[in-house]
Each structure stands twice: as C-alpha cells, then as structure tokens.
Ligand binder design. Structure first.
Ligand code: ATP
Length: 772
C-alpha cells in the first residue's frame, strides 16, 4: 500500500551509516525527529549513529558517537528538549575542529549526516561538506588516516532539518518547536490575563525572537493581546509612545480591565532603537495604568511537544532519511521544508542566505523587504490582528452598504468557534456592518433569540472553549420559519460556524433559494469540528485542539501501560467515519496500530496485531518494554467494538500481557482552543467577512421587481472556507457536494491517508508479521 509497508529489514546489507545530531538551541520535537530518523534509517537497511551534544560530539568522537538501535529511541516522542543533547561548539567553527569531525565521521564509517538545528547548525554542516575533499586529503597527509580508510568516503551527504522555536527560517512555512513554544506562551498569557483582569492591570510580556516576530505576532493573535511589537514592523519612533498610550487609554475608558502587550525580544522602532518591556511599563505607569512586566524566558523552549511538532518532526525525519538515500555528490545539500502542508526539499544554503537577508533588511531599515521575506501568512496575520484589535477608522463598507451579518454556531462545540466569532464581530464592526448573534442555533433563531454584539462583548472569546453562542445539533428542518425569521431580523449575510451539520445546512439553504428569497444572501461556513470531516478544507477548527487533547490523554495512558509493563490499552477516539483524529494522534503517541474506517478492520488485522504483541512482549525477557496503545476510531466496526478487541487481546495474550480500554469521550473536545485553532479561526473569520461583502449584491431600489436589499442566487455566494495547502479558499457548496460522502458525513479527500503505514512502521519493525 505504500513505501512504508515493507518492514523486514534484518536481512539486508547495510546501505548507509547515517549520523544525526541536534545542535544550537533546543526545541520541542527534536526527539521525535531523532526517533523517526533512527527507526526509518534502520527500516531502510541503514545504521543510525547518534552524535551527542551537536558538533561537540563530532569533534570529540569516542563515546560521543553511538550506534542507535530501534529500542534506543523508545519513549522519545513525548519528551521535550533533546535527549541526545545539544551544545554550542566553538571549535567546530574553526578548521581544526572540522578536521577532527571529519576524522571521527570516517573512523565511524559515517557517510551522511542529518543535522537538526537552526541556521548556524545548517551552515556548519554545509561548510563541513564543502571542505570535505580538502579535509580528507589533509587527514591522509597528516598520517591520521590511510587512503584505504578514506576511499569509501569521498563525499559527505548533508541533510538539514530546521528546529527552532522562532520559526525564523526562510523557505519553510514552519520550523520544529515553534508551535509548542506558542502553546507555552499562550498558556502563560491566558493565566496572566485573568490576574490582569482581577486587578485591572496591564502586563507587558516579553517573548523570544531577536530577529523574528513570529512568536510575538502569533501569540498576540492567539491571546487577543492589545498591542504587539515585532522587529519586522517597527512603529514610528516619533509617534508610537503617544499612539500606544492613547489607544490603551481609550480601550480602558470603554471598560476594558486587562491589557496585554506582547513585545518580541528584538522589537525596535523605525530608527532601530530597541523597544524594551520596561520602557513600555514606564510609559503606561505615567498615564496611570498599573503595569507589570513578565519576561517569559526559557519556559518558551517548550517542554512536552504538542501534537503538531511531534508529527511534523516525525514526517520530516522520514523525508530526511529518504533525502540521504536520494542524494548524489552533485546535488546541493537539502533542507527539509514544509510548503503548503507538504514536505519538500529546498537548497539548504539558499534558505540560510534568505534568512540572513531578513536581519540585513531590518538593519538597512528596509522593513517592507523584511516583511516580504517572511511568508505571506505573516503579513496577512498582522493585518488580521490589526483589524480585530483596534476599533478605529471605520472603513465604509463596499458601496456604502452595511450588512447585517448573522452569526450562528451549529453542531457539536469545537475549539476556535468563539475565536472565529470574535474576529468576525470585530472585523464586521470595523467595516461598518452589524454582527448579529443567533443564540442556540436555529432553535434560537426561531425563538428570536438574536442580539447585536458589540466590540467588548467578545473581548475575551479568543481563549474560550465551547460555544459562547450556544450550539445545537438540530439541523435546519423548518426552512420556511427560518426564512421568515431571517427576513424579520433583517439578516442579509450569514456566517455559519460548525461541522458537517453546518455544511449540510448550508447546502439545504442554498437549494431552497428558489423558494425562499431570504436565503438569496451571501452565506459562508467556517468548518469547525474536531472530526476534520468537512469537505473543502484540510483542517477544520477544533481538530488541532482535539488532537492535543487526545495526545495529552494518551501520554497519561501510555505511562500507566508502561508502568504495568505488559499492558495494551485500546483507546477509543471520536471522528465519526473520519479516521483523521485516530491516525494523526496515533502518529503523535506512537500507537502500535490504528483502526479507522478508511482502512477497515478485519479478523486478519487483529490476528496480526496479536501475533505482533506476543512476539514483542515475548522477546522482552527483562520486562523493560513500554506499554502499548491501539487507537480505535469509534465507528470502525460494529463487530469489533473496543471491548471485544480488548477481550481478544487479553485472551490471546495468555498471561504474557493484559489489556484495558479507555474511551476518551467528550474530553476530546478539549478545553481552551490550541493556538493553531485560534489563529486559523481569526484567518477564516476575517476572510469570511470579505467574502460576504464581495457576494452581497445590493439591489437597485429603482428595479421594477421588488427584491430584498441584498439578493444573490449566484452559486459562488454560498461557500465553505478552508485551508488548501498554504491558501485559504472559499469553495462553493455546489462544487463540494461532488466530493462528499453524505451517508458517511465526510469528504472523499483525505490528505493524511498515507500516514497509517508509517505509524505501523515506527512501532513494529523487527517483529514483522511476515516472519515465520
Ligand atoms: P539557534 O536558532 O538556536 O541559534 P543555531 O543552529 O543557529 O540554532 P548556533 O549556535 O548559531 O545555533 O549554531 C550551532 C552550532 O553550529 C555552533 O555552536 C557551531 O558549532 C556550529 N556553527 C554555527 N555557525 C557555523 C559556521 N559558520 N561554521 C561552522 N560551524 C558553525
């Protein structure tokens, strides 16, 4: 079924000896990358050598370079930092150090090196590669190595994986560790916000990022901070102090009690003068705002990696090993990069050069160029942040028409629904429209439970889980009454936030346009469901929050299973007929297998898995093995229920191991939304308001036929917004119907479908069920 399905590597000759190291500042997910590199390398018939403490280990050699076996990386997925350690190594910057490194690599027979780190780490590796011919000649000349020893190592292959909490590398959308860091920042800011509210205080929070404002900006977006300072967008030196104080004072006069200002470590004004947290504090104290400073510091390194970083690092590890195997002496060293939700290789040194250009552009005061060098999402994010944070300069709506935008939540709650509503409300107000909350879904609409929301009503909704508007599972059944109420409330644009039910409701409303002119208005759906089953998007709001919630629970369960030494947990996860949650959380927790509807579940699979468990636990005579998890999607099979599977495992274990079940249930909706869901919510909502404006066709009062003020039957005017690669697109529901499996309530498209064989590979190698 995939390139990962063959996992019987024992008999193959060694293809390559791959060294791997982590270097520079640590970031969460480095261990997941190491685990993946080691296991994928072994499964490809290679040997993996961990080099401890980055380049320091390469220079020192000896015990600092250790051949890793499959079990050496057990438990790595859930641990923060880097277990093979990191260091800043001065000697590697010098020729003498790199000569020693070359010596140690050849002595260990290593001909490829995967380096995980920032731009310094990547540069160092590239330098080593370019000097390789001279270094080897020198080693022969000095008599340290013989020509025979050097002969098999005429080239050194280098592959870079970018690990950095700053997300500061060019040519990749995201770096390993950045999202976990954002999680920690958001948790901290959320906590600070509540004390700020209690005491009516302002807090200036300094976050990491000397040359890159990604963490600061994304933290500001995710927490609804009131002001942000980033190096790429320095404020005017002459004006910013006054502007900031006036803006914050205005917000306080309007009734706001908590003020959060986020400052990147490297924030500057447009004269390149640093803007420091304490300077801001003093300014605010002068205008009588009680202000404190919190420097988050090393808490931002992250600790336990979030689901996203675990999966990103795991997938990049696979790609890195494959890049090693593909490499030729003539190809430039690749960096594994993510572009449009796909892994690609970019020339490593080009990425490093472009990265340096950002700081150069800033130093030259060419801030526009600095912003351009960041990916487009960055500047869009900045604009979206401004439009949902500052209530000023109301932009007159298109053609001076104002819309009454109904906002409704439909279906089960999902993380990010409130954040999306907040952003939609604020952008609407800033563009001169009226945001109308429809409470409790369509049931609420029929009861006329609707109200216009104002700027401060939604102030703290970014971090709130659940649904502030209330959401019901009831679909729009009584179309006539719904049409009547929409008309009565004067709602002439509709934003539906919800999962598959919101989507199918939108289809119903669109199909009924001929009958009810009230539905001849622009309508757009923000997919919000933990199941990630709505057509038209690769990610729905809430799916990331849920993934993290499942991963949190599974870590705890795995720990319990491991402590009991010989226990298998069958964990049941949600998702309806969509296996997304099972598969992606299975990858993030290192599940033994995943049972999901897309792959089916047969007695043969169960038999193979039991055989595997018997071999695995049977071979573990010292009882050091970790516990095992099997993730079962709730609807995968009517016959093989969670209990039945657990009973089969227990019986077939014959005392060698036992089993337990865990049904995670509604915990999977998660509490406070993850930063990723908050950011996506804002992006979706801002674009949705533009969509509604664009498709609001205002009738000319002089038209003979008496039409409502807004009237459109254009199929393009009823759409689902979604993420496709790096783009946010609105796809008309009429188009999406073709790719929808309505009975199974999901899209036919599943970009994650090929991940499952990798999960199996990473947990099963060495005990292949094909063995006699
Ligand atoms: P971070 O983003 O955390 O700073 P980084 O990889 O950029 O990560 P650095 O300290 O710059 O961190 O680099 C890590 C190590 O890489 C250095 O300690 C040094 O050993 C090596 N290195 C960096 N730059 C070079 C270079 N120009 N030539 C040789 N080696 C280098």
């Amino acid at each position: 079924t995939s390139k990962f399905s063959s996992n019987n590597a024992n008999a193959k000759p060694i293809k390559k000896r791959i060294g791997l190291l982590t270097s520079g500042g640590d970031s969460s997910g480095m261990n997941a990358a190491v685990r993946s590199i080691v296991r994928v390398a072994i499964s490809h018939g290679c040997e993996a050598y961990a080099v401890y403490e980055g380049y320091e280990g390469l220079v020192q050699g000896g015990d600092m370079i250790k051949k890793f076996e499959w079990s050496d990386v057990r438990g790595y997925l859930s641990i923060g930092g880097t277990l093979i350690r990191t260091a800043r190594c001065q000697s590697f910057r010098e020729h003498k150090g790199r000569l020693k490194a070359a010596y140690n690599l050849i002595k260990n027979g290593i001909d490829a090196l995967i380096v995980c780190g920032g731009d310094g780490t990547l540069t160092g590796a590239d330098t080593l590669r370019s000097e390789w011919p001279e270094l080897t000649k020198e080693l022969i000349k000095n008599g340290e190595l013989t020509e025979e020893e050097v002969a098999p190592h005429t080239n050194l292959t280098i592959v870079g994986i970018v690990c950095s909490i700053d997300n500061d590398m060019a040519l990749t959308d995201i770096t390993i560790g950045a999202v976990t860091s954002l999680h920690r920042i958001c948790e901290a800011v959320d906590s600070i916000s509540s004390t700020a509210f209690s005491h009516s205080r302002a807090f200036v929070i300094e976050v990491m990022g000397r040359h890159c404002g990604w963490l600061a900006l994304m933290a500001a977006i995710s927490t609804g901070a009131n002001y942000v300072f980033i190096p790429e967008r320095p404020p005017e030196a002459e004006k910013w102090k006054k502007e900031m104080c006036e803006s914050l004072e205005k917000q306080r006069e309007a009734g706001k009690r908590n003020t959060i200002i986020i400052v990147a470590e490297g924030a500057i004004d447009d004269n390149l003068k640093p803007i420091k947290a304490d300077d801001i504090r003093k300014l605010l104290v002068d205008v009588n705002i009680d202000t404190r400073v919190t420097t988050l510091g090393h808490i931002q390194r992250g600790g336990r990696p979030c689901a996203y970083d675990r999966n990103l690092a795991t997938l990049q590890g696979v790609e890195a090993v494959e890049a090693v195997l593909r490499a030729t002496p003539d190809t430039p060293s690749p960096m594994i990069s993510v572009r449009e939700n796909k892994l690609v290789c970019e020339p490593l040194m080009k990425a490093v050069e472009l990265t340096h250009q950002v700081s150069e552009a800033i130093a030259e005061k060419n801030f526009r160029r600095a912003m351009e060098l960041r990916d487009p999402e960055f500047s869009e994010g900045y604009e979206a942040y401004l439009s949902t944070t500052f209530m000023n300069n109301i932009v007159p709506p298109q053609g001076n028409h104002s819309l009454k935008i109904g906002i409704i939540h439909i279906g089960a709650p999902a993380g990010g629904m409130n954040a999306a509503t907040r952003a939609a409300v604020r952008v609407s107000i800033n563009r001169g429209h009226k945001p109308i909350a429809i409470y409790n879904g369509f049931t609420g609409l029929l009861q006329e439970n609707v109200r216009e929301l104002n700027w401060l009503d939604v102030d703290d909704w970014t971090s709130k889980g659940g649904s502030e508007l209330g959401t019901t599972k009831v679909e729009a059944n009584n179309l006539e009454l719904i049409a009547c109420q929409l008309q009565k409330q004067g709602i002439n644009a509709l934003l539906l936030i919800g999962g598959f039910e919101a989507y199918s409701t939108l289809i119903k409303l669109t199909e009924a346009r001929d009958k009810y002119p009230a539905f001849c208005i622009p309508m757009v759906c923000i997919p919000a469901t933990i199941s990630n089953n709505v057509p038209g998007t690769e990610f729905s709001l809430g799916s990331d929050t849920s993934l993290n919630s499942i991963v949190d629970s599974c870590d705890v369960i795995k720990q319990s299973a491991s402590a009991s030494r010989r226990r298998v947990f069958v964990v049941e996860v949600m998702g309806g007929y969509c296996g997304y949650l099972a598969v992606m959380s299975g990858l993030a927790v290192g599940a033994t297998n995943i049972y999901a509807p897309e792959y089916g579940l047969s007695l043969k699979t169960l038999q193979e898995d039991v055989n595997h468990l018997v071999r695995r636990f049977g071979a573990d005579t010292k009882r050091t093995s970790s516990g095992r998890l099997i993730l079962r999607n709730e609807l995968v099979s009517n016959t093989y229920t969670t209990d039945v599977i657990a009973n089969i495992i227990q019986t077939e274990g014959k005392g060698l191991f036992d089993s337990r079940t865990s049904i995670l249930g509604h915990i999977q909706q998660g509490g406070s939304p993850s930063p990723m869901d908050r950011i996506r919510a804002k992006t979706f909502a801002v674009k949705c308001v533009s969509f509604l404006e664009k498709h609001a066709h205002f009738s000319n009062p002089s038209e003979k036929m008496k039409l409502p003020e807004v009237y459109t039957k254009d199929p393009e005017s009823a759409a689902v917004i979604g993420i496709k690669g790096a783009q946010i697109v609105c796809t008309p529901v009429t188009e999406l119907a073709e790719e929808t499996e309505f009975e199974k309530r999901k899209s036919q498209k599943a970009w994650w479908i090929n991940v499952k064989p990798l999960v199996e590979l990473l947990s099963k190698w060495g005990y292949s069920d094909n063995e006699p």
